[in-house]
Design a protein around this ligand. Structure first.
Ligand SMILES: [Zn+2]
Length: 239
């Protein structure tokens, strides 16, 4: 029978079980052999408290979610976050383009621009993730150790959950919305950095550097995509 491995949320040591089931229905939380603290105190906590600790970027909460649960919603969450971001970009585009041209009205109806923004957001996220993973893979290779790419990708996608905050920011749009969007972006990057740190058990400096490399590549890619689109639109207008 396959032995499932967990991690101690306090010291990251391997653990074979989170709780022990005694007879008479008595359950006892397992104690870590390394730090002598409960392996995972969060198994007794309410999900709301776990979520609050994750929002506060607590290492223990990240370890609980990534190593001791079978949460498998990262791809769905990723698509939902991309839809939120695409809607944000699309609504900004609609706000900046006030035109009475019938061709434009038809274009709004078909909402092709929304799908364009979705594709653009997807490409930019792919560049960010690719940059972070490539940087960490090269770093680990230099150190002579392997990288759990699948787990790291899952951690990065889950840690983008803060993009869901875009929904209330779009709904209650006000003068400070650009500041809110910038803060949400900063929060997502902080969460990404913490997810890398927990998954690899690395230093904060390395995780921040990896996120910074990914961000630089994403900004560069976004600039290239915009230039390409602008060139394409200009060439279509000339025709
Ligand atoms: Zn421990």
């Amino acid at each position: 029978m396959e032995r499932v491995l967990f991690r101690c949320v306090e010291c990251n040591a391997d653990a074979s079980e989170l709780h022990r089931d005694y007879s008479n229905g008595i359950l006892k939380i397992s104690i870590c052999g390394s730090c002598h603290k409960p392996v995972d105190k969060y198994i007794e906590y309410d999900p709301v408290i776990i979520l609050i600790d994750a929002i506060l970027c607590k290492t223990q909460a990240f370890r609980h979610i990534l190593f001791n649960t079978k949460i498998n919603i990262h791809w769905k969450l990723c698509v939902f976050c991309l839809l939120c971001e695409a809607y944000l970009r699309w609504s900004r585009l609609q706000g900046s383009e006030q035109s009475a041209d019938p061709a434009d009205i038809i274009r709004y109806t078909t909402e092709w621009e929304f799908y364009g923004m979705f594709s653009l957001a997807t490409l930019e996220l792919a560049v960010f993730l690719g940059g972070v993973l490539a940087f960490l893979w090269l770093f680990r290779r230099h150190q002579g150790s392997n990288l759990e790419l699948q787990l790291l990708l899952k951690a990065l996608l889950l840690s983008c959950y803060a993009k869901l905050l875009l929904i209330p920011a779009i709904i209650w749009e006000h003068d400070y919305s650009p500041l809110c969007f910038a803060l949400i972006r900063l929060f997502v990057l902080t969460s990404n950095s913490q997810a890398i740190r927990v998954t690899l058990n690395s230093s904060r400096r390395l995780s921040v550097l990896a996120v910074f490399v990914g961000l630089l590549l994403e900004i560069f890619a976004a600039q290239v995509f915009r230039t390409l689109l602008w060139t394409q639109q200009n060439s279509l207008q000339l025709w």
